[in-house]
Write a protein that binds this ligand. Structure first.
Ligand code: DX5
Ligand code: ZN
Length: 218
């Protein structure tokens, strides 16, 4: 079963808790939360206090995508605030193995994220340790960007690598996923699809999520 993870980056931040509740009721599988620090990426979003404030609005897993430098300094804060999954960029985690181990010690699912130009070889020696791999299909920082086609080959190659190891690690894909790009992304091997503007930019979230599921099963 492919999971749909709406990114609240494109939600109405003035009514964030209501939006999280609405997307939960509309049939989302996971709530994707984009944390940006203005250093690792050229945008600033939210931190643990906001995550804590919206935690009660949903019983779905909170998938916290950390686009921050020095992620180790904040893992505990995000775990305490209500994150269930914590993903860190290989480009930001200098001691990636330690960071992944720490996330697991905190009792959370640990994900590793690759920017569009980062090769899959960078996760070769950590693959067995992670709970999921996130392939960025846009440069992180903003919602509503265009899907970068080379991500498809990366998804396919990562899927092959995972299979060749005889392990089962979900591949998450984030950026530019919409009703046009979704089928290719799933065909390439995505297990969890993140979508921000393509869901929150529509009027009827339930209808949009249903259309996503339709595309997935086609
Ligand atoms: C980009 C974020 C994404 C973003 C996706 O930096 O990591 O999660 O919200 O937005 P869309 O789906 O609009 O490309
Ligand atoms: Zn994201």
């Amino acid at each position: 079963m492919i999971k749909i993870a709406p990114s609240i980056l494109s939600a109405d931040f003035g009514r964030l808790a209501e939006e999280v509740k609405a997307i939960t009721e509309a049939g989302a599988d996971v709530i994707h939360i984009d944390v940006m620090d203005g250093h690792f990426v050229p945008n600033i979003t939210i931190g643990p206090v906001v995550i804590k404030a919206i935690r009660e609005a949903s019983s779905l897993p909170f998938d916290v995508h950390l686009m921050i430098t020095n992620p180790d300094n904040y893992l505990e804060d995000f775990a305490k605030a209500g994150a269930d999954w914590l993903s860190v960029h290989v480009e930001a985690a200098v001691h990636l193995h330690r960071t992944i181990s720490r996330i697991k010690e905190l009792g959370k699912k640990a994900g590793v994220v690759l920017n569009p130009a980062t090769p899959i070889e960078s996760v070769d020696y950590i693959l067995e340790e992670v709970d999921f791999v996130l392939i960025m299909s846009v440069n992180p920082g903003f919602g509503g960007q265009k899907f970068i086609p080379s991500a498809l080959r990366k998804i396919r190659e990562l899927k092959q690598l995972i299979r060749s190891r005889g392990i089962d690690i979900p591949i998450q894909v984030d950026g530019g996923v919409n009703l046009e790009t979704l089928a290719e992304v799933v065909k390439a091997g995505a297990d969890i699809v993140v979508a921000g503007s393509a869901i929150f930019g529509t009027e009827d979230y339930a209808k949009t999520i249903k259309a996503f599921r339709q595309k997935i099963t086609e």
